[in-house]
Ligand binder design. Sequence first.
Ligand SMILES: *Cc1c(COP(=O)(O)O)cnc(C)c1O
Length: 667
Amino acid sequence: MSASRSSLEQKPAPVEAAAWTVADAADYYRVDAWSDDFFVVNESGHMAVQPFGEPSLAIDMLDVLAELRERGIRFPCLVRFQDVLRARVRRLNEAFIDAIAEAGYDSVYHTVYPIKVNQLHEVVEEVLDAGKPYGLGLECGSRAELVATLAHLESDETLLLCNGVKDRAMIALILSSQRIGKNVIPIMEKYGEFEELIRLAEEAEQQTQFGVRIRLRTSGAGKWADSGGYQSKFGISLPELMRVVDALKASDSGHRLALLHFHLGSQISEIPQLRQAARELAHIYAELIGLGLPVRYIDVGGGLGVNYTDASEEGGIRYSLMEYANAVVYAIKDVCDERGVPHPVLVSESGRAITAHHSVLVVEALDAYRKNSAEHAPPLAKDAHRIAHNLDEILSWLTATEAGATTVDKVIEAYHDVVDIQDEAATMFSMGYLSLEQNATIERMYWSSCAAVLAHLRALDPEHAPPEVQQLEELLVDQYLVDFSIFQSVLDHWAIQQPFPIVPLDRLDERPTRRGMLVDLTCDSDGKISQYVSADEDKKFLHLHTLNRGEAYPIGFFLMGAYQDIMGDAHNLFGRVNEVHVYGDAEEEGNFWIEKVIPGAKVQDMLAQVQYFPNDLQRRMQEQVKQKIDAGDIRPKRGMEILDQYRAAFAEETYLLNTRAPRREEE
Ligand SMILES: *Cc1c(COP(=O)(O)O)cnc(C)c1O
């Protein structure tokens, strides 16, 4: 929409603006590095989704937003593309099918989906449905997850793996599910758990199957390295495994060690590590087969990586899905062939790789705060304070001097003077020697001077920028106030500095001229995005567009499907955002239809979580208003209106109603 508008309204476009294309936008926001062909910048300068991971069908995200607005759904809104979820399941399974065929591997592969990555019922159902042709199963890690997953095992063959520490009641429930013929495998994290399982099985007079998580020598790397290796808090050591073997052989009661498991942690960064762990486990498997234990499955855990940024960046994933599948299949096949044992059924617990791509958090910029916005300020009054005149002199020199017509040293000297004056002004103000108005004038000139210094330094020596350049760049970044809570929706950014791709959904055919930082609604200095995915050297800010009056500026947070919305907390009581599920369909207008809308948290929902309830709060409020009426401070009618207003707020959404059009900034 902006494209057509600006081409109508604008006189000949400036040369610089004309040079910016949608390809530049795709490159700047690194779309190809993280989208895995599910997202592109289209010809209109909008972000578009390719729900099937190929160009044959694309959905313009602005069409989706238009329909959401029409239906009265507000932002922030989590938009789930269910087809992307299905495509991820297919890609993962097809990769293993291909690897198995190419290697001549003599067994099959199953994905089990660990629901902790995204427990939303619709996500689990969609993954199960897409995985049906491949015999996809589930993994649970807690009592609540066990209860949720048990009811979703349609076929008796469908695997359910139960990780995590389990108490007696959970083990008993697992045994009962085995009793009704379900393929449920509790994975022993500790030796004591194994003893409990056997004891309860004997009590129930039934045979049981189980798996063990092995504490391998190989460990993972990166942010989640502690999930594997000797130091891991999970798993059974080799001496304990031998005790399990001895106990099984001694009892001769038909209990079965069916599965061996390791988990290296999320975002495995290197294939050799995975290969080594798989080989290590395959040797253990071969030994156990040799000892007469009919182990059936090898489960290589999760950790299949997803690129949120360029693969070459820290934490980047430098292997493909195909390489991952080949590494697992060949490592295990080679060991089994060497040792002359049958090929086990392969299992992986890939969570992030299935769910990350399918959801996009759409937020709106409410306002942009620019520090040096008052560039066309009136000239300084004659009777202004001495230090204001000093600063004005420097500012005039900075603005009158042409770019490149001075030296770096002179500009730096001017900058230091500017900083000194600003410090002096702050001291004088705090001692009462400067009026508020005088101080405001100095602050305005300070920001203008900083901007001018930066412009000079950039022009003078772009190659060898002095440290002041970075300082100033950080100082002068615009703040974009955005309607969301980082603690609710982008928790990993706050907790482990995970960068997420963030892209304006509109105006991508227009050069983003402002350097911005996104700040959220929470009253917390951590409530900001401090690392971005872009082609810039410095990732502490992102190039964005100037906000236009009356025009929304929607921004997409991509790859939000794994872990984020599930872990969100109740910081400032914002709660879950609105959510919609979109399907791609070439027969529909705009190539999509919206299947489902899940409303976000209401004020009363969030309050109930912390034990505030409408009746009590309203009674208290009523009491206060009544006192004011009785005292004659307000008319009864007005008092009742205030109470109605208070009551209505309980059913309202926790996020903001963006009635306020974004402010046009001074150019
Ligand atoms: C978290 C977890 C997974 C999922 O890992 P991803 O990196 O999301 O694939 C798999 N297995 C276990 C045991 C886990 O704890």
